[in-house]
Design a protein around this ligand. Structure first.
Ligand code: HEC
Ligand code: HEC
Ligand code: HEC
Ligand code: HEC
Ligand code: HEC
Ligand code: HEC
Length: 511
């Protein structure tokens, strides 16, 4: 920066001060003013855009509430810096110039400058209050968390948008109320931005989340555990791997229950786990192997269950945790259902035509194959499904061309919603712990193998958690009574209490 600006300014007579105009007449201050003005215009424009558009892009918020205010403040800081520099240059030439500006409220020009300055300060304070609030809201928004780091959060964001919690903001589960968790989450957010910029984030993002805020401060703000849920009817439709896609249906009454005698009979899954009792457990970091469980009842009596065949040294090395909602509901919103389940749902709702031979098996097979990228998978589905029917069922390929095309499109949608090769996310990397069909889930403890010193066993009784109301295969119905029935496995595999369902039911190709 040259000194020409100051040379051209006439020096004031002895004893008098530089006017504001003279002080401002330097490049640094002028650039600062211009920068501040342009940023301010941008902020106002982006703010209106954010306010008026229904689904604003996350980048608008980033610019309006984080980048532009930065430039604005930087511009404003340049102004006094330029003025200070200008004054020092003048003092070199005119040593009589006082070190600090003389303020004289009787001078009308100075009076209006000061009034202008004070008005500006008030306006600035108001603007930054609005700005910080908007910035706070913005960094808490689902767009900010889910869309800004496209690839990184893509799987979780997509699953969230397709879940019952689509309207619940990320921060309501991941941050919760209160300043300390807000600060904690923003600090860890900064670290994540750093990893994202470097591209060194883990793929997939690790699960379980080790320091997730405890459920009482998040989930329970909306679902209070004392609420009585009653029993929940679940109707599950499945389809066989045969040519006819043989339909099978199971109706289960799940004994969800509740926790407070005032609101209904205290019983069932929720009552036992959360309100009257404290359940602690020890596990490996994945929380998939749980060899030690301790339950403390209302009277304070404790019972410890340990898994047969696991030695004390292994158990003692494991981390202890208090069981809460997330130990069963670990996928309340980021559920990545297995291909088996997704194709069953598409067949059950006729989005894929059940009369297409082997639709179930072919669909699951293509979704289960390994792909490097999503486009590669979509391409494979688009070519291999028509090729299969053209090759094996030429007549059907002609008569049901439209249905085959629809099957391709449905399988592609399933893939895009549930499998993310770019982040290495599949149903296997993110198991769902509700139930026991595809994953150990409840059977991590309820496997009939966890015993207490006095011989009590954590139950694997098939009627402890649900009552099977009906079961059908093809057109045939397997008897149902109001008392419920024993589950009849489609093929004989011996006593069901001796097996782990998830050993065979893997969610991919197979049963
Ligand atoms: C209804 C509550 C809820 C909402 C809303 C929610 N999450 Fe989660 N999220 C969870 C739970 C619970 C886990 C932890 C699962 C575990 O630890 O086993 C999790 C885990 C994650 C993980 C770790 C990887 C994984 O899948 O386990 C990421 C990343 C994540 N969430 C991002 C998000 C983003 C981004 C949003 C908003 C688009 C969001 N979450 C909204 C409850 C929620
Ligand atoms: C901001 C409020 C809010 C928070 C926080 C919240 N939920 Fe929900 N939850 C909802 C709403 C709303 C629904 C949808 C209810 C409906 O569709 O009838 C829901 C539905 C559910 C369901 C039923 C899903 C289904 O398939 O029908 C479960 C289970 C659930 N939430 C568990 C959780 C868990 C676990 C957490 C904490 C990790 C949590 N919720 C946090 C509001 C919330
Ligand atoms: C022991 C495991 C377990 C724990 C712990 C648990 N749940 Fe559940 N919850 C279930 C099961 C099983 C269901 C039945 C739904 C299913 O199978 O998908 C259920 C159902 C629900 C539903 C849906 C009820 C309905 O009728 O639609 C909500 C909401 C819910 N749980 C919230 C919670 C919250 C909040 C917590 C923590 C206070 C919690 N659960 C703790 C196992 C559990
Ligand atoms: C961390 C271990 C653990 C997990 C995981 C777990 N439970 Fe439990 N569960 C227990 C313990 C311990 C008891 C108490 C056993 C006793 O007192 O005899 C229990 C008891 C129950 C009971 C009452 C049984 C009875 O006979 O009164 C039900 C119902 C239940 N659990 C359902 C579930 C469901 C459903 C799931 C999976 C969604 C599940 N539990 C997952 C540890 C666990
Ligand atoms: C600790 C509780 C618990 C025990 C014990 C238990 N179940 Fe379940 N089971 C569940 C829950 C919870 C679900 C529902 C999962 C869901 O929401 O999809 C389920 C689902 C099922 C399903 C439907 C699976 C599907 O998706 O097609 C069958 C069949 C079943 N159970 C059979 C059994 C049999 C047989 C036994 C005895 C060996 C048994 N269960 C023991 C909790 C239990
Ligand atoms: C030894 C392997 C094995 C084990 C263990 C096993 N299953 Fe199966 N299951 C099969 C086979 C094979 C089929 C038949 C698939 C077909 O005909 O399409 C099947 C079919 C089913 C079906 C019909 C749904 C469908 O997709 O066809 C249900 C429901 C089922 N099993 C539940 C269970 C439950 C619950 C358990 C645990 C108590 C269990 N299975 C354990 C092998 C097994």
């Amino acid at each position: 920066m040259s000194d020409t600006g100051s040379v051209n300014t006439p020096l004031p007579p002895n004893g008098e001060d530089l006017s504001l105009r003279e002080l401002l007449r330097n490049y640094i201050s002028l650039i600062g003013l211009a920068l501040a003005a342009v940023s301010l215009a941008n902020i106002i424009f982006l703010f209106l855009l954010d306010l008026l558009s229904k689904r604003p892009s996350p980048y608008i918020g980033l610019l309006a509430y984080m980048v532009m205010p930065g430039f604005f403040v930087f511009g404003l800081l340049l102004v006094p810096f330029g003025m200070w520099r200008q004054r020092s240059l003048h003092r070199r030439k005119l040593p009589t110039l006082p070190k600090f500006p003389l303020l004289d409220l009787n001078n009308p020009a100075q009076r209006s400058s000061i009034a202008f300055f004070l008005a500006f300060v008030v306006l600035f304070v108001i603007m930054s209050a609005i700005g910080s609030y908007q910035g706070y809201e913005y960094t808490d928004s689902t767009q900010f968390c889910g869309q800004l780091c496209h690839t990184v959060m893509h799987p979780e964001y997509t699953a969230h948008q397709n879940s019952p919690h689509a309207r619940v903001r990320c921060v309501d589960c991941h941050v919760g109320n209160g300043a300390s968790w807000y600060v904690r989450s923003k600090m860890s957010g900064l670290r994540q931005v750093y990893y994202t910029v470097l591209g060194t984030y883990p793929r997939p993002i690790e699960t379980p989340v080790a320091n997730l805020r405890p459920a009482p401060e998040t989930c329970e703000q909306c679902h209070w555990p004392k609420k009585f849920w009653g029993a929940q009817l679940k109707v599950i439709n499945e389809f066989g791997d045969d040519e006819k896609n043989t339909p099978r249906q199971i109706s289960l009454l799940i004994k969800t229950g509740g926790g407070d005698a005032n609101n209904g009979e205290a019983m069932g899954i929720h009552w036992h786990m959360n309100i009257a009792n404290v359940v602690m457990y020890k596990s490996d970091p994945t929380r998939m192997n749980i060899p030690w469980v301790q339950i403390t009842d209302r009277e304070g009596r404790t019972t410890v269950f340990t898994e047969k065949g696991v030695d004390a040294a292994t158990i003692n090395k494991m981390a202890e945790r208090r069981m809460d909602c997330v130990d069963c509901h670990n996928r309340p919103t980021h559920d990545f259902p297995p291909p088996d389940r997704s194709v069953d749902n598409a067949l059950a709702t006729n989005r894929i035509d059940r009369n297409l031979p082997y639709a179930k098996m072919e669909g699951v097979q293509l979704l289960t194959a390994t792909y490097k990228t999503t486009p590669e998978a979509l391409q494979a589905i688009a070519t291999q499904i028509p090729a299969f029917y053209k090759d094996k069922y030429p007549d059907i390929a002609k008569s049901k061309a439209g249905e085959i095309e629809e099957m391709v499109s449905q399988l592609q949608k399933i893939f895009q919603r549930t499998i993310f090769p770019e982040m290495k996310v599949t149903w296997q990397t993110h198991p769902n712990n509700i139930g026991h069909y595809y994953f150990q889930g409840c059977f991590r403890c309820h496997d009939g193998n966890h015993v207490s010193p006095d011989g009590k066993v954590i139950t694997k009784d098939c009627n402890a958690c649900h009552t099977i109301l009906s079961q059908t295969e093809g057109a045939a119905s397997i008897a149902a009574t109001p008392q419920g029935m024993q589950f009849k496995h489609p093929v004989d595999i011996g006593d069901l209490k001796d097996v782990n369902c998830s050993d065979c039911h893997t969610g991919g190709v197979g049963p």
